[in-house]
Design a protein around this ligand. Sequence first.
Ligand code: CA
Length: 231
Amino acid sequence: MAQKANVLVVEDEQKIRTALADFLEFHDFAVVQAVDGLEAQRIVRDKKFDLILLDLMLPKISGEQLCAKWRQEGLQTPVIMLTAKGQEKEKIAGLELGADDYITKPFSLEELLARVKAVLRRTDPGRAVGKIFKFGDVDVDIAALTVRCDKKEIEISRREAQIIQFFAANPNRAISREELYEKVWGEEMSEFGTRTTDMHIAKLRSKIEKNTNEPQIIKTVRGTGYKYESG
Ligand code: CA
């Protein structure tokens, strides 16, 4: 049986928090609840989540501050911000601080479920290919965030794991930078996006390719982007 996705719900309003938790549990998620930012911080220190639903307006430490702090500390768990109507500015700030999506209150639970699933798909696009698999001549362990080649074990970032998963799920096909950026980062292509994808591919190649001048796993497709060649 597939493992349940772990979701942390951070919301001070008891009614909303309970409703969210019940609904997500009903839909087969494992849910932990936090009533404020400090509790959320404590919980996240001890347990790994697949997704965090984070209310913006929280006592003690706000959702915004918390999200910024987590990203500074390198936490890469996807975050969906829960905002109230009219908090447009905060939404934008939230996305800049590293939230993956936001949803405006009042929202329907079905709408929330669709967002949750979309973010999980986007941040783990290669779910179907399994947790440990071969990528070229490299063994990739997605859960541990490591790659192993020539008996060396190298750590990879969550983003690098997402890139590998995306290529693994789309072998033998030229992938444009645009598509890569949109599917893995979940954002529309921009000048910044082009640089971001190139930088990440270069770094990933340095970890998995024997010779980065002649990459054999993630090949360059001139004028287009990249291609993962699978035997
Ligand atoms: Ca609140």
